[in-house]
Design a protein around this ligand. Structure first.
Ligand code: NDP
Length: 280
């Protein structure tokens, strides 16, 4: 069965719209973008568009690719101090001369909508808050929506980035899954993948996961987005996997829309938690 990420995202967005309408003041998301990476600009445009669609205010803070680390951090600090701004995201990747960790750490944890700062990341690790990064949150929503049991399942995550693989691993562990994380140095990727009840791929290499790497009846979540042969492709060979998996996300139309929907949800969550006491 193909998991309809667009429809699931619309459900989340509708809940966000209702929550925003009930607020006496409006959350405002600031998106910091550095340089002219084309996909990053497309992602930010999409996020801003979704803000409009949910009634959230937004501002785009564009810096040239030549901006120094200090200049970027100074811009983030200005946004931290601006009372109108209630949520901040720094679009990744940043140019090579910039230390992304220093920039992320400069975001006030109360405005860190992606939950990437160490203060928020540790909440994900310890499982003391539902406020987790957007892509892992969207993935878990989809798995639960399909009625798939996470507790006790063997979840194999291919990819260990800070934005997908690592936070997702902790979030699933906190839901009592047994978690294996694979990466570029993993020996025998196929052996690990074929043991997965739930296989999540976040690599960015089109078609790296073939049909014979999937256990019959497994749930397959494809996070990868690559542009190849003139189209957008995921990490999974969809045609092969669709005959073997019980549930599978398509690319596009799977995890992607969930990430943006959960960005909107996180924006409202931190607004309610840190920035207002005036919900009707
Ligand atoms: P990163 O490049 O940060 O991480 C990729 C991971 O894949 C790394 O951990 C890397 O291992 C691992 N890897 C690379 N080659 C192999 C291999 N041959 N076998 C096993 N593992 C391998 O990427 P991101 O996590 O940022 O993104 C991954 C993909 O997901 C991209 O296509 C991105 O566009 C997409 N994405 C999609 C989102 C969505 O909303 N749908 C949101 C975020 C990302 P190592 O650590 O050893 O280098």
């Amino acid at each position: 069965m193909i998991i309809d990420g667009k429809a699931a995202a619309e459900e989340v967005l509708e809940q966000v719209r209702v929550r925003v309408q009930k607020l006496k003041s409006t959350p405002c998301l600031a998106a910091v973008i550095v340089g002219d990476d084309k996909p990053s600009h497309i992602y930010v445009k999409n996020k801003i568009k979704m803000c409009r669609s949910t009634g959230i205010k937004s501002v785009e803070c564009e810096l040239p690719g030549s901006a120094s680390q200090k200049e970027i951090i100074d811009s983030v600090k200005k946004l931290n101090e601006d009372k109108e701004i209630t949520a901040i995201l720094v679009q990744l990747p940043l140019p090579n001369h910039v230390n992304k960790y220093s920039v992320i750490e400069s975001i006030a944890p109360s405005k860190d909508v992606d939950a990437f700062t160490s203060a928020n990341f540790s909440n994900t690790v310890f499982g003391i808050s539902d406020f987790i990064p957007c892509t892992p949150a969207g993935i878990i929503y989809l798995i639960k929506k399909m009625g798939v049991r996470i507790e006790g399942s063997h979840c194999v995550i291919v990819g260990r980035s800070e934005i997908v693989g690592k936070p997702l691993a902790f979030a699933l562990l906190n839901l009592n899954a047994t978690v294996t994380i694979c990466h570029s140095k993993t020996h025998d990727l196929k052996k690990h993948c074929t043991s997965a009840d739930i296989l999540i791929c976040a690599v960015g290499k089109p078609g790296i996961i073939k049909g014979d790497m999937i256990k019959t009846g497994a749930v397959v979540i494809d996070v990868g987005i690559s542009r190849s042969e003139g189209r957008i492709r995921g990490d999974v060979c969809f045609e092969e996997a669709a005959n073997i998996a019980s549930y599978i996300t398509p690319v596009p139309g799977g995890v992607g829309p969930m990430t943006v929907a959960f960005l909107m949800k996180n924006t409202v969550d931190i607004f309610e938690k840190y920035h207002i006491l005036n919900i009707e």
